[in-house]
Ligand binder design. Sequence first.
Ligand code: HEC
Ligand code: HEC
Ligand code: HEC
Length: 152
Amino acid sequence: MARLANWLRLAAMFVAVAFSATASFPVAAGVDLPRLEKGKGDKCVEDTQFMRRNHMDLLKHHRDDTMRKGIRTTRHSLKKCVECHASEKSGSVAASKEDFCAACHSYASVKLDCWDCHATKPGKKDLPLLGQSGTAVNSSPLNSIAQPGESK
Ligand code: HEC
Ligand code: HEC
Ligand code: HEC
């Protein structure tokens, strides 16, 4: 009995490992996985493999830097991601299920709240409350919404 339980646990672990291995390399693995449109230009802001695994950390750190410390760099800006990764068809990164960010996330069951505030299309004004010192801020009707970082 104990041996069977052990065996089952091992089998379950094996399945879990196999699954997470494909889940973290959805594209490299090939079959059954979302087809991603290639971004504009020759390469991403970092190595492609690195981006597959670590883009969420880049974005979050970048956001934290922007919001808390007032640092603004553009290298890992969300706006830039959108500029290069918007779909030829929908013009967006997350309007349809095939769009770059959404394709992968729906496959991986990741839900983002980012698009509540940030534009999924390039060229649009990204945020209504631009500027940390700007005058526009006070006149925005959206001014009262929660700042990111406060929620969650
Ligand atoms: C409640 C609204 C809101 C939500 C939700 C939100 N943000 Fe933001 N975000 C802002 C505001 C406001 C700024 C500051 C804009 C500025 O300074 O230009 C900002 C700035 C940023 C920046 C730095 C500016 C840029 O374009 O790169 C990044 C990166 C960023 N957010 C990423 C994210 C990510 C990733 C998510 C989802 C996990 C997210 N945000 C969700 C409101 C939001
Ligand atoms: C200058 C244009 C450009 C910008 C800006 C850019 N990317 Fe990319 N990105 C690309 C290209 C081109 C590729 C495909 C590279 C390849 O085929 O090796 C890519 C690949 C990726 C991949 C891997 C896709 C795959 O096939 O598995 C991810 C994830 C990614 N980018 C996320 C982001 C995020 C998040 C941002 C913003 C922080 C961003 N990119 C900004 C051009 C860009
Ligand atoms: C190659 C597949 C892939 C692509 C393409 C992709 N993502 Fe992701 N993303 C993931 C996976 C997988 C996770 C969950 C990682 C985890 O939970 O550790 C994730 C998580 C995130 C998170 C963190 C969510 C949270 O609440 O923790 C953000 C933010 C994010 N992605 C932004 C983007 C943006 C913006 C784009 C498009 C520019 C994009 N991603 C494109 C696979 C992808």
